[in-house]
Ligand binder design. Structure first.
Ligand SMILES: Cc1ncc(COP(=O)(O)O)c(C=O)c1O
Length: 383
């Protein structure tokens, strides 16, 4: 099997660029031998919430636990329904089910791949308590419309911003729209830890306090537990890692946007759909996702050239075995299903070089031009 010359994500290049600073930060935690909570966690929570333009941040052990924590603190209980999309990582819906609530999937917008506002209201029932929009691939969902519907129907909104650090909608950072917003710092994310980590941010003080208590065994001090909670704390070593990386997030995000721009230019004439950008949104390109009918063939050609690709996500959640019990069938979310068959993620990470991007663009252009020529030939033969 051919090894990839151009990986989908290369975490080593980034580590090498900040190695000394990172080792010093990690050593500092080891020297202090203070491994639970403490200054690195508090510092990160404050800085990250500030970046989102939100009052409070509660570090968590992952993006998944951040989502679960927010749902529990917002009072989601068995019998409730929570609406989300089916073209996301399963963590979004797992968190809903873990509260005992029922997951209700809504279809997506063909262009942005985010929740389709026009199909949202028909999914709302008397049992609906919350909506979790996912800012997929790094582009914000239409938070203005979602918040408006949610307020009218008295629903809570939890943004799943796991793929959208520093993304914006109408000049406002994601994370600042919903009642709460959750971010993942899984290593490959735009801001990635060196293990599992996450955060939930909110502007509501009482909610923040509730989540903080719940995330740390329901504690109000060392020996007093107000309620039964969870061990969802952000690891101190991971917080130290994130504090180092946070300084570079803006610069890395700009780099991702430049790479996406270069791809856009290179693929302009190829027979693929490049990412659609809502003019109200600032896309942060966690993933650069193209769309084409014959994905398999392009995947194969790129692999042959040592270029890694991914599919996010090939099997929508409503068609996963895990959700068979919900009773969805093929055809229930037609746009989600169509997109799942046709999307392809190309390599994107801040350290990807122009040469690599050019190589990828060249291979795709050559392949898809070739196919276009073939179809033209067929037309010519029929004339
Ligand atoms: C959209 C989305 N939601 C939730 C998660 C879960 O985050 P974590 O892996 O940190 O638990 C991820 C990433 O893994 C994600 O991409």
């Amino acid at each position: 099997m051919k090894t990839n010359k151009i990986p989908l994500v290369d975490l080593k290049r980034q580590y090498q660029s900040i190695e000394q600073e990172m080792m010093a930060a990690i050593k500092n935690v080891l020297d202090e031998t203070s491994f639970i909570l403490g200054e690195p966690v508090a510092c990160f929570e404050k800085s990250f919430a500030g970046l989102c333009g939100v009052a409070s941040g509660i570090g968590t052990s992952s993006g998944t636990t951040a989502l679960h924590l927010a749902l529990v603190a917002l009072g989601i209980v068995p019998g409730d329904e929570v609406i989300t999309v089916a073209n996301t990582f399963i963590a979004t819906s797992e968190a809903i089910s873990q509260t005992g609530a029922k997951v209700v999937f809504v279809d997506i917008d063909e262009k942005t791949y985010n929740l389709d506002i026009s199909k949202l209201e028909e999914k709302i029932t008397a049992r609906t308590k919350a909506i979790i929009p996912v800012h997929l691939f790094g582009q914000s969902a239409d938070m203005e419309a979602i918040m408006q519907i949610a307020r009218t129907k008295n629903l809570k909104v939890i943004e799943d911003a796991s793929q959208a650090h520093l993304a914006e909608f109408k000049g406002k950072r994601v994370g600042s729209f919903g009642d709460a917003a959750c971010f993942s710092f899984y290593p490959g994310k735009n801001l990635g830890a060196y293990g599992d980590a996450g955060i939930v941010v909110t502007n509501h003080q009482t909610l923040a306090q509730k989540m903080r208590i719940l995330s740390n065994h329901g504690r109000i001090n060392k020996y007093e537990h107000l309620v039964e909670g969870y061990n969802y704390r952000l690891d101190t070593l991971q917080a130290a890692v994130l504090n180092v990386k946070l300084k570079y997030l803006d610069q890395w995000t700009q780099k991702r946007r430049q790479i996406a721009h270069l791809y856009d230019i290179l693929l302009k004439d190829a027979a693929v759909k490049t990412p659609f950008v809502d003019e109200r949104a600032r896309h942060v390109y966690h993933l650069y996702v193209i769309r084409l009918a014959d994905r398999l063939r392009l995947e194969k050609i790129l692999t042959e050239h040592g270029i890694a690709t991914g599919v996010h996500y090939p099997v929508p959640l409503h068609l996963q075995k895990a959700y068979q019990y919900l009773g969805y069938k093929k055809g229930d979310l037609p746009v989600t299903e169509r997109c799942a068959d046709e999307i392809l993620s190309l390599p994107i990470f801040p350290e990807l070089t122009n040469e690599e991007i050019n190589t990828i663009g060249h291979v795709i252009r050559r392949e898809l031009k070739h196919k276009r020529d073939e179809s033209l030939e067929r037309v010519a033969q029929n004339v």
